[in-house]
Design a protein around this ligand. Structure first.
Ligand SMILES: NC(=O)c1ccc[n+]([C@@H]2O[C@H](COP(=O)([O-])OP(=O)(O)OC[C@H]3O[C@@H](n4cnc5c(N)ncnc54)[C@H](O)[C@@H]3O)[C@@H](O)[C@H]2O)c1
Length: 254
């Protein structure tokens, strides 16, 4: 197993891409921390994982709230005494239940703030707390979930593009500042639209061919493991990585 003895925290991990990554890490022997917005979702995900109590921690935390993030990482330290892997996954293109596909000219300030706060500020807050633990132990891997829109602007995705471009830049900075502490920081982007529950529900998506959520697993395990020693400050595309490693790229019909 590639992650035996490691402790991994994945934010926004009760469903979608985060849930795939947390399952992959548990299968590779890691102790895992599930973090998401609602206690009931966290409890259900912990139960579904089926790990013994000493191998899993479920925390209700909003990554945009500084005190909740500090509490999350304090809890990880108290339970496991270390943190080896952080995946900053919590994020979305548009807040749930609100309008989508807005041009910048029509974007309400609160929508802008919510998208930036979750994707970018959440990544900053969680990384800052994780880095304190990782520097002290002289080891760590941070994986920031990005998007094709973190590299290429797309109309009707203004706040999301700004946030994910920010995530790509923050990754490079954190990589430069922490490589001497044996901490690697990279981004991982699925490579296209992934058929998570939220994406399937968007009107017009039914019947479309999309990447399956499991597309993310192999590269997420690679970046967290010792196979990626020396790899930092880079931007990975999961579907391309799978293709290069002769792993079938998983598609599904939404
Ligand atoms: N689905 C796609 O097509 C796609 C494509 C490229 C990149 N991504 C990225 O992948 C990541 C996950 O996307 P997904 O499609 O799995 O989304 P999802 O909505 O299925 O899951 C996101 C999870 O994050 C949680 N979350 C949201 N705000 C949070 C907060 N403030 N604090 C803690 N948890 C919070 C949600 O409750 C949810 O469980 C995001 O960063 C997204 O930008 C998704």
């Amino acid at each position: 197993m590639k992650l035996s003895g490691r402790v991994a925290c994945v934010t926004g991990s009760v469903r979608g891409i985060g849930w795939e990554i947390v399952q992959a890490y548990a299968q590779e022997g890691a102790k895992v921390v599930i973090c998401d917005l609602h206690r009931s979702d966290v409890d259900r995900a912990v139960e579904q994982l089926g790990l013994s109590g000493e191998k899993v921690l479920g925390v209700k935390a909003d990554v945009t709230v500084e005190e909740e993030v500090v509490h999350l990482f304090r809890g990880i330290g108290e339970k496991f005494g270390r943190l080896d892997i952080l995946v900053n996954n919590a994020g979305f293109a548009w807040p749930r239940g609100g309008p989508i596909d807005l041009e910048i000219v029509d974007t309400p300030f609160e929508v802008w703030l919510k998208v930036l706060n979750t994707n970018l500020t959440g990544t900053f807050l969680c990384s800052r707390e994780a880095l304190k633990m990782m520097r002290a132990q002289g080891y760590g891997a941070i994986i920031n979930i990005s998007s094709p829109q973190g590299k290429l602007g797309k109309a009707l995705r203004g706040p999301y593009c700004a946030a994910k471009f920010g995530v790509e830049g923050l990754t490079q900075v954190m990589s430069l500042e922490n490589s001497s502490y044996n901490i690697r920081v990279n981004t991982l982007n699925p490579g296209g639209i992934v058929a998570t529950e939220a994406i399937r529900k968007i009107p017009g998506n039914k019947g479309k061919k999309m990447l399956s959520p499991e597309v993310i697993k192999p590269c997420a395990v690679y970046l967290a493991s010792n196979e990626a020693v020396g790899i930092t400050g880079r931007s990975f595309v999961a579907s391309e990585w799978n293709g290069q490693h002769r792993i079938e790229v998983a598609y599904t019909i939404a």
